[in-house]
Design a protein around this ligand. Sequence first.
Ligand code: HQG
Length: 181
Amino acid sequence: QISQRHVRISKYLSKHLRHQPERLGLELLPGGWIEVDKLLAAASAHGFEISLADLHQVVATNDKQRFAFNESGDLIRANQGHSIDIDLQLTAQTPPDTLYHGTHIKAIAAIFATGLQKMSRHHVHLTTDLNTAFKVGARRGESVILGIDTLAMVADGYSFYLTDNDVWLVDAVPPQYLAQL
Ligand code: HQG
């Protein structure tokens, strides 16, 4: 069972590693990394104490594996979800023939008009997992799952990237590749 405190730490990390590191006086390194000791010191200086043990537990037990350490464990980053301009330095990979995107019913008309857009994030986020897609859509209202014809997109030259927590990223999905399930 993940404690409320760990959920708070996860949200705090998402906020500062994906969106607003400058609020802690931090600047992310290439790839979106930050030194673990700098992060913990900055959080503490801003009134939010995180022990190294808690940080390790949050990274290890996070429900969506949102964060990762580098091999030596001195750097940490968010695996995806950024709005700030960082390059995750992922290499393009061939996706499965179909991927899914969960959204809410009120966005459907706009999505079929202009395609899936990255909105405030860096990429459109896609998943292999219908259950995950459903839950992502349900965050905003009545959930609708879209199937994406990635086979056709790859044939048409689109690049796909797989994050360390198994989220597929792409720049955009024009409407002709979308089908409502
Ligand atoms: C929608 C979570 C109107 C899009 C999840 C979505 C994911 C459009 C919203 C990650 C549109 C953007 C990302 C268009 C897209 N017109 N609406 N043309 N194109 N949209 O939060 O995919 O818990 O930026 O369908 O698991 O919902 O944060 O993207 O509803 O991986 O780790 O605009 O966030 O992970 O919303 O979620 P978001 P998302 P975490």
